[in-house]
Design a binder for this molecule. Structure first.
Ligand code: ATP
Ligand code: MG
Length: 255
């Protein structure tokens, strides 16, 4: 579904201090993959994310998503297919609005206008599965939530319009260990139960070991895959919203 072919990104091209942040990356991510990306500061991890989000066009090479060449697509256009959550817990939410208002706004994002009405229920169902009690405080101002709660809300908002891919750039970095684990478990659920492909950058090595079916390391702009397992395949490819609502402890069977 994601294909990069010989992609390089050069910042300040032609200037004395030009920087090749991504070097000849050729990558394929399949539907259902959960890719973990590690690597030292300045290695090019966020640069790769920016390419996937169409924030940056490759200097050379091509980016294809679901068979479409992405050159010329804007960040807003690609947001139909790609959700994102980054490090700062305040960046993925509207802090002055309530949880419910945040969810409603996120539900209306994207192109599936006819599904507006079903989305808040889906959002509340997702929230209730976090075990953070957020579903009982829907009128609380989002800015008053803890960092972990804000990230959880941001992730629910990011997936509410059914993106194909969720991109996470150090989304647990500013959380305490307990909240980090909760957010990682939510990340796993989003991948395994909703079939959303996840690409996640982390500096947390225990998480890098424990989660994901593919592990990439980026060093000085070069991407290496150091672990691969086939992704878990779900038997329920349809959206599990109704099932979740009817059976709170529903767990899909994995083959
Ligand atoms: N907008 C920019 N203009 C010029 N150089 C940049 C720009 N953004 C990033 N760089 C440089 O490109 C290189 C890769 O940066 P990038 O942000 O992708 O690293 P990273 O792997 O995400 O690092 P970190 O772990 O610190 O987040 C670094 O040397 C950085 O200084
Ligand atoms: Mg970065």
């Amino acid at each position: 579904m994601i294909e990069l072919s010989h992609v390089s990104v050069v910042y300040r091209k032609g200037e004395e201090n030009e920087k090749c942040a991504l070097k000849n990356a050729t990558l394929r991510v399949a539907e259902g993959d959960f890719v973990i990306i590690v690597g030292p500061n300045g290695a090019g991890k966020s640069t790769l994310m920016k390419v996937l989000l169409c924030e940056l066009a490759p200097t050379i090479g091509t980016y294809t998503l679901n068979g479409r060449a992405m050159r010329g697509f804007s960040v807003t256009q690609v947001a139909r297919w790609v959700g994102r959550v980054f490090q700062d817990p305040n960046s993925g939410i509207f802090p002055d609005l309530s949880i419910l208002e945040n969810l409603s706004i996120a539900s209306k994002k994207g192109i599936r206008g006819l599904r507006f009405r079903s989305c808040p229920q889906k959002a509340v169902t997702l929230l209730s599965r976090l075990g953070l009690g957020l579903e009982n405080t829907l009128n609380v101002r989002a800015g008053d939530l803890s960092g972990g709660q804000k990230q959880a809300l941001a992730m629910v908002m990011a997936i509410i319009s059914d993106p194909k891919v969720l991109l996470l750039d150090e989304h647990t970095a500013s959380l305490d260990p307990k909240s980090s684990v909760k957010v990682m478990e939510l990340t796993r659920q989003i991948n395994e139960q909703f079939g959303i492909t996840v690409v996640m950058i982390t500096h947390n090595m225990p998480f890098a070991e424990q989660y994901g079916n593919r592990k990439w390391r980026i060093e000085e702009g070069e991407v290496f895959e150091y672990e691969y397992r086939p992704p878990l395949r779900r038997t329920h490819l349809e959206t599990p919203v109704v099932l979740l609502r009817d059976q709170p402890h529903y767990e899909p069977k994995l083959v």
